[in-house]
Design a binder for this molecule. Structure first.
Ligand code: GLY
Length: 399
C-alpha cells in the first residue's frame, strides 16, 4: 500500500512537472523580449556602419550576411525595431527604426516581384500602426498599387515570380508565400477606401485555396498557371524536399495568410482553410515534441533532419491569432501548441545569448535546403515573427 502511495505521489509530481514544462510564463516571455531588445540594439549599432544594407543571416564562413533593400527580407529588421520600440518605449529603438525605414523606402515602387508586400507592410505598416505618423501612408498606398500591378484577371492571382527570372520554367508562378502579401492589400483597401485592393486579395486567396491545397490540408509550394487558359499547369516546389512534400515554412505561410484574410474579411471559408492547415500541422506525426518543425515534413532523414525555427516562429504567431477565432476546444489545442513553441524558442536550444549569433535572436532556421543556402542559421524573418509572437502572447496574457 505504502509503495503504491509513493508511486502515486511520484506520478502526480511527474505530471505537474510536464504540464509546467509545456507552459510558458509571462515572466519568460518578458525576459526573452528584454534579450530581443538588447540584440536588436546591438544589431542596429553594427548595421549603422553599413549604409543601405539590412541584416539577413550568417554566411557559411561565419560572417554577418547583409542584403540590399531589393532582397525579399529587407523589411523585417525595420519591423523588428518597431516591435521592440513598442515593447520598451526606448527612444534609441525609434531612432534606429526610422533610420532603417529609410533604407527600404524605395521598395514602394517595385513591381517586378511580389515581395513588396512583405517589405513595405512589415516595415512601414508597423511604423504607422505604432506612431500614426501620416507621412507613412502614401508609401504604403504606393506599395499596394505596385503589388496590384501583378494581378492577372486570367489566372485570378498575383504573380510571385516573373517568368524570365526563373529561366522560363514556369509560365506564371504563384507561391504559397504570396498569401502573406495580401495583408498590405487588405489593410490598404480599408485605409484608402480602395475596394479593388481587397477584390484582388480575395480573388488571389480564393484561387490559391482552390489550387494550392491537397486533400490532407498541406500545400504545394509553387503552382504555375497557364497564361492563356488561366488554369494550373504545374504543381512544383522550389524550396521543399520534393514537389509532393510539405515544405514547413510554406505550410506556415499558408496558415498565417488565411488567418489574416479571415481577420480582414470575416469570410468563414478563410477560417475553415486556416483550421485545415492548422490541423494538418499540429496533428502531423512528424511534428517533433518541441513543436519546432523539421524544414520539410517529408525530409527523408527525419528524425535527423534539420529544424526550421522560422517555420516554428511563423506558425506560433499565426496560432496565437487563430486560437481566438475558433471553437473553445480547438482554440485550446492551437494555443497549447503555440505555447509549446514559445517554450522551445525561448530555450537555450534556439535563443541566442546576448552579444552572440551576430546579434540575431534565434538560431537554427533554414532558408533554402535544396540550394544549400542559409542552412541551420539565423534568419531575419525568424526573429521578426518570433518577436511578433512574443508581443501577441504578452498582449493576450499580460496583466
Ligand atoms: N518567401 C521566401 C521564403 O519563405 O523563403
Amino acid at each position: 500500500m505504502k509503495n503504491i502511495s509513493y508511486l502515486l505521489i511520484a506520478f502526480i509530481f511527474f505530471c505537474s512537472c510536464s504540464v509546467k514544462n509545456a507552459d510558458i510564463s509571462l515572466k519568460t516571455v518578458e525576459k526573452t523580449l528584454d534579450i530581443a531588445q538588447q540584440q536588436t540594439l546591438l544589431m542596429a549599432k553594427a548595421m549603422e556602419k553599413l549604409p543601405g544594407r539590412l541584416p539577413k543571416s550568417i554566411s557559411p564562413d561565419g560572417q554577418l550576411e547583409t542584403s540590399s533593400e531589393y532582397w525579399w527580407t529587407s523589411g523585417f529588421f525595420p519591423g523588428q525595431l518597431w516591435y521592440m520600440y513598442e515593447y520598451s518605449g526606448d527612444e534609441r529603438l525609434k531612432n534606429q527604426a526610422e533610420l532603417f525605414l529609410e533604407r527600404v523606402e524605395n521598395q514602394q515602387y517595385v513591381t517586378d516581384n511580389h515581395d513588396v508586400g512583405f517589405i513595405v507592410f512589415c516595415s512601414f505598416g508597423n511604423a504607422y500602426r505604432i506612431t500614426s505618423n501620416e507621412a507613412y501612408l502614401p508609401i504604403i498606398e504606393n506599395a499596394a498599387k505596385s503589388l496590384s500591378t501583378r494581378y492577372s484577371p486570367v489566372t485570378k492571382t498575383i504573380c510571385s515570380w516573373d517568368r524570365a527570372s526563373w529561366n522560363n520554367q514556369w509560365q506564371y508562378a504563384v507561391i504559397i508565400d504570396n498569401m502573406m502579401n495580401l495583408e498590405l492589400l487588405e489593410w490598404s483597401a480599408h485605409k484608402f477606401n480602395e475596394p479593388r485592393f481587397s477584390d484582388i486579395a480575395q480573388s488571389h486567396a480564393n484561387t490559391t485555396m482552390a489550387n494550392h491545397f491537397r486533400p490532407d490540408g498541406s500545400s504545394f509550394h509553387v503552382v504555375s498557371y497557364d497564361t492563356i487558359t488561366g488554369l494550373p499547369e504545374l504543381y512544383h516546389t522550389s524550396q521543399g524536399f520534393s514537389h509532393e512534400s510539405a515544405w514547413a515554412r510554406g505550410q506556415a505561410w499558408g496558415l498565417y495568410g488565411y488567418t489574416l484574410m479571415y481577420r480582414y474579411t470575416n469570410n468563414k471559408n478563410y477560417l475553415d482553410q486556416a483550421q485545415k492547415i492548422a490541423d494538418f500541422l499540429i496533428n502531423h506525426p512528424r511534428l517533433p515534441a518541441d513543436k519546432i518543425p523539421y524544414w520539410d515534413f517529408d525530409a527523408p532523414d527525419i528524425p535527423n533532419a534539420l529544424r526550421d525555427a522560422s517555420a516554428g516562429a511563423i506558425m506560433c504567431s499565426a496560432l496565437l491569432e487563430l486560437h481566438q477565432y475558433v471553437q473553445p476546444q480547438k482554440g485550446r489545442e492551437y494555443l497549447d501548441v503555440a505555447k509549446k513553441q514559445l517554450v522551445s524558442l525561448c530555450s537555450d536550444t534556439y535563443l541566442a545569448k546576448v552579444g552572440t549569433n551576430h546579434n540575431f535572436i534565434l538560431k537554427h532556421a533554414l532558408g533554402h535546403q535544396p540550394n544549400g543556402t542559409e542552412v541551420d542559421v539565423p534568419l531575419s524573418y525568424a526573429d521578426y515573427y518570433f518577436v511578433e509572437a512574443l508581443m501577441r502572447y504578452r498582449e493576450q496574457f499580460g496583466e
